[in-house]
Design a protein around this ligand. Structure first.
Ligand code: SF4
Length: 290
């Protein structure tokens, strides 16, 4: 019997018979699509081949994909997942984008052993990752797309139920850089490398500044960074008065200006017209069959 310690929660859970923090057993997928709202080197013109996995090892109170992080989805086998890789290739995707994959890493590795896609594999995760599990992705994950959500562990504890996010994410990002040390593009699409995402939260600019400071030290100011300004209250946000409104344009402007002054030369910034729930995919249907 193998006990699950795939992520830093280290539940030591027998996932065949009991739930760990993520409350997931076999692979489950909520949605498969060609997604056009990722960063330009991920979405390109034809779209990113996104596979939205169900469940999460963080479960942030403001999760912008709340329904699927809390369980929506269909159980599939590794061979079915390999089949989905092929269908995304056939549909013209620029890459295979594994969204919130951490708790299914075993099944994903099995799927890649069955069928290794000819496209870059994007590991699109919440940043709360174990270095040991990341090492198992050597030769599998071509592009890392981690969040770096918090430098302030008090916020991490309050919103994502983890008290060591900052240290864990810092180590995870250093490991990802070791695994993919050079950012490589082909016709504008990232083939190898890392893009670090940070969602700017309302009333949390100090947190954002410290995250940027840490990236500049742990990676460098040449790191590709995506500063996301599309926060809207979602999930349980309304239980937290400071999270109960969209990000203000002024807050986002200050975050962008801080990144510019710190010397980040490869930052992606957003047009805040994307700060609307209408840009959040409809998880009640999957354009490509799961
Ligand atoms: S993947 Fe799930 S069960 Fe395994 S350690 Fe993480 S939260 Fe716990």
């Amino acid at each position: 019997m193998e006990l699950c310690n795939l992520c830093p929660r280290k539940c030591n859970a027998d996932r065949q018979n009991e739930f760990g923090y993520c409350r997931e057993k076999a692979i489950r997928v909520a949605r498969v699509s060609l997604h056009r709202w990722e960063e330009p080197p991920i979405s390109g013109e034809r779209g990113s081949g996104t596979i939205f996995f169900s469940g999460c090892n963080l479960k942030c109170v403001y999760c912008q994909n709340y329904g699927i992080s809390r369980g929506k989805g269909k159980e599939i086998t590794p061979s079915r997942l390999a089949d989905i890789f092929k269908r995304l290739e056939d549909a013209g995707a620029h890459n295979i984008n594994l969204v919130t994959p951490t708790h299914f890493t075993d099944g994903i590795i099995q799927a890649v052993e069955i069928y290794k896609p000819s496209l870059p594999i994007v590991y699109n995760c919440g940043g709360y990752e174990s270095v040991e599990t990341l090492e198992r992705l050597r030769g599998i994950a071509d592009v890392f797309l981690p969040d770096f959500k918090y430098a302030d562990n008090a916020l991490a504890r309050k919103y994502s139920n983890c008290s060591d996010y900052f240290e864990v994410c810092s180590q995870a990002i250093a490991k990802m850089r070791e695994l993919q040390p050079i950012d490589v593009f082909d016709n504008g699409i990232m083939q190898k490398g890392m893009i670090i995402r940070h969602l700017v939260l309302p009333n949390s600019l100090e947190n954002t500044k410290k995250v940027l400071d840490k990236i500049s030290v742990t990676v460098s100011c040449d790191a590709y960074v995506s500063l996301m300004g599309q926060y809207v209250p979602f999930g349980r946000s309304l239980e937290y008065p400071e999270l109960a409104r969209p990000l203000l344009p002024l807050e986002y402007k200050i975050a962008v200006s801080y990144a510019e002054k710190a010397g980040f030369s490869n930052a992606f910034v957003q047009d805040l017209s994307s700060a609307s729930q209408e840009y959040i995919p409809d998880f009640d249907e999957s354009p490509i069959e799961v």
